[in-house]
Design a protein around this ligand. Structure first.
Ligand code: HEC
Ligand code: HEC
Length: 298
């Protein structure tokens, strides 16, 4: 502020600097004179406004440190309380989502975009915890473990089908409502002779254009008599019985004549745990919504 005093017109040593043409303040040290370059007006006013703001702020909001805390401020604001309130609000809204999901039929959940989005996000994280060890991180499966992204479903692809499959598992030894069907051991139990097995295996291979496939009338007859009951007249599968489609490029086991022959000799059967025994119903519903949305839900 003493500098300002020197701006006074009456300062005796005030003069115009001959090199720069700017006024001096009248101060002089060993022949060095101080130029009078005042701060720009806008800068000064901004500076004063900041001071005024800080003064008002420190009255209303927590500001000055005292011991381990700070002056509380007249408004009683606290960032911690604000955070707690936000968390409470999220929990209350989650709670109401969760209880809606618990009560709603699964078809209603996917019909409501907001519920569906919530369920899908929760289902995605439950999937990472419980399902990827068998179905893979991208749910794309592997030999013996079905891909859940495609639109080929062994046990049906409606939201209700998927919900039932996840709830009760497949061939679960502990769940009486589990999905179950057993393909006969046509070779090992000598239900068909070697030639018939070879003929029908080549017939099945021909349906999806596999190498070694032969679409013979004999093969079609053996198929109609022995296989159609579980795999369908046209071999397109019977979801209620878990008999897979044998005409598409999607195979539970391998995509080869050898794999078909092996299944006829001594069939393999996939087994999936009953998830209603391990997870609550809300989580199972969320998983069903997630799996249904993966791409191939019907
Ligand atoms: C009683 C029902 C039933 C009959 C009859 C039956 N299957 Fe199956 N088949 C199944 C089931 C169930 C599966 C799926 C096994 C699994 O999910 O692990 C299957 C799987 C297969 C597979 C493997 C499909 C894949 O995607 O890897 C082939 C191939 C097959 N059957 C061929 C036949 C042929 C050929 C016949 C007739 C000779 C036949 N099945 C008769 C129930 C049957
Ligand atoms: C221990 C291995 C394993 C785990 C873990 C597992 N699954 Fe499966 N899952 C299978 C097998 C095997 C099948 C095929 C059953 C069959 O052969 O029909 C299957 C089938 C399915 C099907 C039916 C597919 C169709 O084409 O109809 C769905 C849906 C499914 N699983 C969802 C899940 C979900 C969701 C989880 C996690 C909660 C999960 N699975 C965890 C092994 C597993």
């Amino acid at each position: 502020m003493s500098m300002h005093k020197n701006l006074d017109k009456h300062t005796p040593n005030r003069e115009v600097d001959e090199f720069s043409g700017i006024d001096t303040t009248g101060h002089e040290w060993d022949g060095i004179k101080e130029l009078n370059n005042p701060l720009p007006r806008w800068w000064l006013w901004t500076f004063y406004a900041c001071i005024a703001f800080a003064a008002v702020y420190s009255v209303f909001y927590p500001a000055w440190p005292i011991g381990s805390a700070a002056t509380p401020g007249l408004l009683g604001y606290s960032s911690r309380a604000e955070l707690a309130a936000t968390i409470d609000a999220v929990q209350i809204s989650n709670q109401s989502m969760l209880s809606t999901i618990a009560d709603a039929p699964i078809t209603d959940i996917i019909a409501d975009p907001e519920l569906a989005r919530f369920a899908m996000a929760a289902g995605a994280s439950a999937f990472k915890v419980n399902c990827i060890q068998c179905h893979g991180t991208g749910a794309s499966g592997g030999p013996g473990y079905p891909n859940l992204n495609d639109d080929s479903w062994i046990w049906g692809g409606t939201i209700d089908d998927i919900y039932t499959t996840i709830s009760h598992g497949v061939r679960s030894p502990t769940d009486p409502d589990t999905r179950i069907n057993t393909m006969p051991s046509f070779g090992a139990d000598e239900l068909l002779d070697k030639d018939s097995i070879d003929t029908v295996a080549r017939y099945v291979a021909s349906l999806s254009g596999l190498e070694g496939g032969i679409n013979s009338p004999e093969g079609a007859v053996i198929f109609a008599d022995n296989c159609a009951v579980c795999h369908g007249e046209n071999a397109k599968g019977v979801a209620e019985l878990g008999g897979p489609d044998l005409t598409d490029a999607i195979w539970l086991y391998q995509r080869s004549l050898e794999s078909i022959q092996a299944q006829l000799q001594k069939p393999r059967h996939g087994m999936m745990p009953s998830w209603s025994e391990k997870l609550n119903d809300v989580t199972v519903k969320e998983l069903a919504v997630y799996v249904h949305a993966l791409g191939g839900g019907q």
